[in-house]
Write a protein that binds this ligand. Structure first.
Ligand SMILES: Nc1ncnc2c1ncn2[C@@H]1O[C@H](COP(=O)(O)OP(=O)(O)OP(=O)(O)O)[C@@H](O)[C@H]1O
Ligand SMILES: [Mg+2]
Length: 162
């Protein structure tokens, strides 16, 4: 726990993206580093580029699947070098909905990592150790991505990929 509480603002890494491709490329690089059990929490307004980022993420994780918003099923699964569970919390009413969806299976998986869009809607159900990525719209094609690591694994990872 100490480890997590020590996460400070200095450990946040901020990068800019000037195109959808650039955002996907950022995701691809992170996807190449993913390990089973990793959890990524994406936060940001509609159209900020969260799903675009997941497109690259799935590619980097070794999946050729088409990435779309998991609107109806709420969870998509892409099979690659590591499995990627893609959860969209936009339509969930809160953390309990995520628990009911069986989130332990996604967060404690032996062979899969999880990425959650609209993670702020279900924060209480997320593991303490996670990599938060905050998206901001700063222009028609300009986005600001802030990586906020929670826990040692993600501090090192955020350092490496930014
Ligand atoms: N730099 C950029 N990075 C990502 N997307 C961009 C960028 N510039 C423009 N866009 C456009 O913004 C939109 C981002 O859509 P996307 O579905 O990824 O957003 P989202 O954050 O997942 O939204 P939602 O909350 O609705 O799921 C796309 O239409 C994309 O083409
Ligand atoms: Mg989306």
């Amino acid at each position: 726990m100490r480890d997590i509480e020590q996460t400070s603002e200095q450990e946040a890494h901020i990068i800019g993206s000037d195109s959808p491709d650039e955002t996907a490329e950022r995701g691809r690089v992170l996807g190449g580093e993913l390990r089973p059990g990793d959890v990524l929490a994406l936060v940001g307004p509609l159209g900020a580029g969260k799903t675009q980022f997941v497109r690259g993420l799935a590619l980097g994780a070794g999946s050729m699947s088409r990435v779309t918003s998991p609107t109806f099923k709420l969870v998509n699964e892409y099979v690659g070098r590591v499995r990627l569970y893609h959860i969209d919390a936009y339509r969930l009413d809160g953390p309990l909905d995520l628990v009911a969806l069986g989130c332990d299976e996604f967060f404690d998986s032996d062979d899969g990592a999880a990425v959650v869009e609209w993670a702020d809607r279900v924060e209480a159900a997320l593991p303490d150790e996670r990599l938060e990525i905050r998206f901001d719209i700063v222009g028609p094609e300009a986005r600001r991505l802030e990586f906020i690591p929670r826990g040692k694994r993600f501090r090192e990872l955020a350092e490496r990929i930014t």
